[in-house]
Design a protein around this ligand. Sequence first.
Ligand code: COS
Length: 392
Amino acid sequence: MFHDRSWLDWPFLDGHHRAMARDIEAWCERELGHEHDADADTDTACRDLVRRLGAAGWLKHVIGGSEWGGAGEYIDTRAVCLLRETLARHSGLADFAFAMQGLGSGALTLHGTPAQKHEYLARVGRGEAIPAFALSEPDSGSDVAAMACTARREGADYVLDGEKTWISNGGIADFYVVFARTGEAPGSRGLSAFIVEAGTPGLEIAERIAVIAPHPLARLRFTACRIPAAQRLGEPGQGFKIAMQVLDIFRTSVAAAALGFARRALAEALQRATTRKMFDQVLADFQITQARLAAMATGIDSAALLTYRAAWRRDQGQSVTREAAMAKMHSTETAQQVIDAAVQMWGGIGVVSGHPVERLYREIRALRIYEGATEVQQLIIARQTLKAFAEA
Ligand code: COS
């Protein structure tokens, strides 16, 4: 299968990233591609992938702190991106399983106490515990500050009431990082984060949600769900900022996953274009195909440049709110177009269930919505641009 490796020479990456890219590629070729029953039983497939990713050491890269088994003191965003890109090129579900270990535990890496990290983070990094990030609600998706779920302090406990939805890993997670209103101030300044273990009385999986590219997803209901105050993550009232900091890391990695899908689609398209005969030529001989291939290749490189710029900036300790938003928006939107073009080149075969481009067509769609829809990224980019103008 065609795989353009020229981006590995870009100055955003270091030597250890290049070595890692070779190793994860070899692991994917050896270990993935056998999940043909994954659509039928995604829960089992996901648990199995988490266990194998943990055993192989890849999950060390989505947690921070070597004391807890992390690959380094901080999450290496470029490593997470290149791992996601490679996993996504081979298997959408493997990428999902990998990424959710990071998204679900990101708040612990950034704000967990040593006791919380010891209890939860280390197990996530070994693939022995599955976390989930519970932020969205039925009436508060893009507008996080409008969340209604409450956490009321009662003595040494907090009591949670409300609903969370679109929660990835919902139903299979061992614990949930839940954001709720604690009311220190109105809006975004009155939220806090909590660790709620699966099976806690008052936490119920209200609904399992089936989506076009199957993965574990659920709506959660909290009814007088009592947890010890020691399960709070970070300071009271800091929940909104904690959520945004986690998204700043993982939004860039969503861009990388989209890039992986797009690269696979280009490889599939090239395979088709150079072998499919029609009108005494192959598809690739037509200028109309060449124009499409040129747009696909350029779209992929531009998405890769934005993605690794954002990842590199974060690894330098610089703010990435604007850069991560640009990367996520551009990469997911571009990947959708690249995949659509690949389906078109495959013709009827491209829409047959289970064909690689048909799978990609389903897998890419949600990435333009979750972890901040394209329209939210536009809002963020515009605000940052206007702010820079006002400050100039
Ligand atoms: N890091 C740290 N702090 C941040 C931040 C970031 N990336 N982004 C915002 N903040 C801070 C702001 O500085 C502000 O702080 P002060 O209260 O001290 O002034 C506070 O958080 C509120 O920020 P803002 O006014 O920008 O909040 P808004 O309510 O306008 O919302 C958006 C901002 C729309 C960007 C936010 O709600 C968002 O990202 N929505 C999408 C959520 C999402 O991705 N959902 C998917 C869930 S995961 S599948």
